[in-house]
Design a protein. Structure first.
Length: 246
């Protein structure tokens, strides 16, 4: 099995992406989150980290690819994220500097016109490969990239893009309710992964490159050089990727 990951800051003050993986005898979980980074979402770096932690904690006890269980967990995941960001807000009061970074949105939070979870806004991508059943579950809130690349270097995009609109608009965990989309009715769920397939899970920083396909193929064929490759890239946005091969 190959499981490599790396994250690199873009032009933001700090990296607002997060990643986390989990493996046991039944499954491999990959989670990538991308904090929005806009003034309104001035705590999105915390929000993305909480998102990937929730993904692992919620799904790590799922032992098999049961559709009803997976759907139930989607609701549990979004509820747990909001519970944890509210707890974080209470435990870590907003500093004067944070209010300054929020700019004009500070007054809307302070007067209750914006809900607290918006401070933490983030996307989330999850893939779970069930090793014994050869099933591949994908769930997402918002944008990002999930590719399956076969032994012939053919790239299959597993995330639909038409529902995002502008590149600056995406769905978010902070919405009420969040819109979780999965592949349970897609052929990709039952097809799983073939022996030589590689799964690439990445934040939308990957899509900002004009030579994205070349980068994907290099990561597929040279996962051991993932850190070296990403450090050489001139990325404007934060860039986070997990490469998994069964």
């Amino acid at each position: 099995m190959v499981l490599e990951s790396y994250t690199k800051k873009g032009n933001h003050l700090k990296n607002q992406d997060a990643l986390l993986t989990y493996t046991d005898e039944n499954k491999v979980i990959c989670a990538v989150a991308d904090g929005h980074g806009f003034y309104m979402h001035f705590r999105s770096g915390y929000g993305s980290q909480i998102a990937v932690e929730c993904a692992i904690d919620v799904y790590k006890d799922v032992m098999e690819a049961d559709i009803n269980t997976l759907i139930k967990k989607e609701n549990e995941l979004t509820s747990e994220w909001k519970k944890r960001v509210l707890a974080h807000y209470k435990e870590k009061p907003i500093s004067s500097f944070e209010w300054f970074t929020a700019k004009e949105f500070a007054q809307y939070y302070q007067t209750g016109q914006l809900p607290i979870p918006y401070m933490y806004g983030s996307t989330l991508l999850i893939s779970i490969y069930f090793t014994k059943e050869n099933r591949l579950f994908i769930a997402r809130v918002g944008d990002g990239e999930i590719f399956k690349v076969n032994e012939n270097n053919e790239i299959l995009d597993l995330v639909e893009k038409e529902d995002f609109g502008s590149e600056y608009v995406t769905e978010s965990l902070c919405e009420d309710p969040p819109h979780v989309k999965d592949n349970l009715e897609s052929i990709s769920f039952v097809e799983g992964l073939k022996e030589d397939d590689t799964l690439i899970v990445a934040s939308d920083g990957l899509s900002k490159f004009s030579n994205m396909d070349d980068i994907v193929l290099y990561m597929k064929n040279h996962p051991e050089n993932l850190e070296e490759l990403i450090e050489k890239l001139n990325n404007v946005d934060d860039f986070t990727v997990i490469v998994f091969k069964r």
